[in-house]
Design a protein around this ligand. Structure first.
Ligand SMILES: [Zn+2]
Length: 211
């Protein structure tokens, strides 16, 4: 007699009564701010609880108002695709050390998007001061969404900011990154021409980035 109970369909956002109009307004304002900062839709959905359709509609509203919203085709990445070598590990380390310094210890249990957005602005400013290199990867900056992905890995304990015993710099280390390198600051950044034979450069050529 008992027929199996079909799984419940998720309740559409607009029918949920738990979200008050105040929460809705806050979610919309946060979405606008995150869109302007350049976060991908997927992250905004996770952070605000709004549907993809709603986020896109807010994005269109912003554009109609003449506000710049960068169109990003890039989807959400992880440290596996973000950290492919020394240069990207230096980038990730600068960004995540700034984030942990600004966000403090709560960043271990939660993603602080305010601290993240602020640290991303500082990271962009620091990029202007980086020494020159002919390595293509050296000039490839991380996106704000990459920053969020790395921050999430800190929260899920798949990554952490560690202290290097050798050079004492702090650096970002992820379980799933695509490099076996530990501290990215302990060795010079090789110009592309030297990558093939891995010639050791003198320590004086080491990239000092933790000013
Ligand atoms: Zn080191």
């Amino acid at each position: 007699m008992n027929s199996p109970v079909p799984p419940r369909k998720p309740i559409p956002q607009q029918q949920r009564t738990s979200i008050s109009s105040k929460d809705e307004i806050e979610a919309v304002l946060r979405t606008r701010s995150m869109l302007i900062s350049g976060y991908v839709t997927q992250i905004i959905q996770i952070e605000t609880g709004l549907t993809q359709k709603r986020v896109r509609s807010i994005s269109h509203d912003l554009q109609r108002e003449g506000l710049f919203v960068e169109r990003r085709s890039r989807t959400l990445r992880s440290s596996k695709t973000i950290i492919q070598g020394q240069a990207s590990k230096v980038h990730a380390s600068i960004l995540m050390v700034l984030y942990q310094n600004l966000g403090g210890s709560p960043t271990i249990n939660t993603i602080n998007t305010t601290a993240l957005t602020k640290s991303y602005s500082l990271y962009l400013a620091i990029l202007q001061e980086l020494p020159e290199s002919d390595q293509k990867s050296w000039g490839e900056k991380l996106s704000i969404s990459d920053a969020w992905a790395l921050a999430r890995e800190i929260r899920t304990k798949d990554a952490a900011v560690l202290n290097c015993k050798s050079c004492k710099a702090e650096y970002f280390e992820a379980v799933h990154e695509s490099t076996n390198l530990d501290c990215p600051f302990c060795r010079p950044l090789f110009p592309s021409s030297m990558l093939s034979n891995q010639v050791e450069l003198p320590v004086s050529n080491r990239v000092e980035l933790t000013a």
